[in-house]
Design a protein around this ligand. Structure first.
Ligand code: NAP
Length: 310
């Protein structure tokens, strides 16, 4: 059995959990395989087809015989699947060079990271209710922001455009692949005399738009899992305000020299004031993804080994 097949099967199982395609009765340990539609179905405890198991208190875990790829997939993606109204999840992601840049000076970023990380982006979009980007990313990339490589549903696309400077001709506003919401300063919300349903105005202060108010507005629309996909200024703004639950940085073995920066935060006075994280590392082709849980206290001295999801 090839590792690609195992990864596809494990991803199908994750997607089935995210979309609630599994039997409801789970009052004891149960094992699940996949049917031809990609839904989870109960199988015998010793079935060779078992991919996942569910146990009271522990929840979903990978079956031992499903192997390390399935276990790594669950650890990486289940925290996103678990988002609810009571417990929403916000994940920031950047794909950067070894020297910390996410694009060339010109804005070209096709592609800093390789195909495995691009597939990961599509998987994150498929699992999340909303994907958020800054105006500069739409201006530079004209991205589709769909989950087309992952086989899931497309998220609602959220574009942060404080002064509504973006031209209406960009793909996210015209392609009908998913709905798109523009978040702007409240002074620009009814620029044309009437606030459109797909425009949300939020207050600003000296540091920019109130991103907490932005997240409240998304939750009011039942968007509970939010993927902040870039660029650097946008992910940095969410991180600086303490609004990210997870931070994912994919590091590609490329040196850009001088380009558009990834994270840029206010300067810290002392090393001890800096954010020191304890990531889980996932190999994605030639890149490494550092997946950081920002809500749990970790032992920063413990170094996790690199796990493979492909
Ligand atoms: N490698 C990757 O992972 C990745 C991912 C995405 C994009 N990119 C690349 O990154 C570049 C764009 O990144 P970037 O950092 O320059 O810009 P960006 O984050 O895409 O967009 C920044 C702009 O969004 C608006 N914005 C975001 N947060 C705001 C806040 N809290 N308050 C007010 N306005 C806010 C502002 O618009 P105004 O300018 O109108 O004030 C701001 O200048 C492009 O070259 C793109 O290709 C790379």
């Amino acid at each position: 059995m090839g590792s690609g097949y195992l990864a596809e099967r494990s991803w199908a199982a994750v997607l089935a959990i995210a979309q609630g395609r599994y039997p409801e009765t789970r009052d004891a340990m149960a094992r699940y395989g996949l049917d031809s539609e990609g839904s989870l179905v109960a199988v015998a405890a010793d079935s060779p087809d078992a991919v996942l198991q569910w146990q009271p208190l522990r929840g979903w875990t990978a079956c031992e015989r499903a192997g390390p790829v399935a276990a790594a997939m669950l650890d990486l993606y289940l925290p996103v699947c678990a988002a609810t109204e009571q417990s929403p999840v916000v994940v920031g992601h950047l794909g950067q060079s070894l020297d910390g840049f996410i694009a060339l000076k010109s804005g070209d970023s096709d592609y800093v990271t390789g195909p495995a990380n691009i597939l990961h982006l599509h998987r994150m979009r498929a699992l999340c209710d909303a994907v958020v980007v800054g105006a500069e990313t739409v201006s530079a990339d004209d991205p589709e922001l769909t989950a087309r490589h992952a086989g899931g549903r497309n998220p609602t696309r959220i574009v942060i455009d404080p002064t509504r400077r973006l031209a209406p001709s960009h793909g996210v506003f015209t392609d009908n692949a998913a709905s798109t919401v523009v978040v702007c300063d409240e002074a620009y919300a009814d620029r044309d005399g009437a606030a459109a349903a797909n425009v949300v105005g939020v207050p600003s202060d000296e540091s920019g738009l109130d991103l907490g108010a932005l997240l409240d507005a998304l939750r009011a629309r039942s968007l509970y899992s939010v993927f902040v996909e870039g660029g650097g200024k946008t992910v940095s703004a969410f991180l600086e305000r303490g609004l990210l639950d997870r931070l994912q940085i994919a590091i590609a073995p490329i040196v850009i020299g001088r380009g558009r920066p990834g994270l840029t935060l206010a300067p810290r006075e002392r090393i001890d004031d800096c954010l020191r994280l304890a990531p889980q590392y996932y190999a994605m082709g030639g890149d490494v993804l550092c997946d950081c849980d920002l809500r749990s206290v970790h032992d920063a001295d413990g170094v996790s080994s690199v796990r493979y999801i492909d």
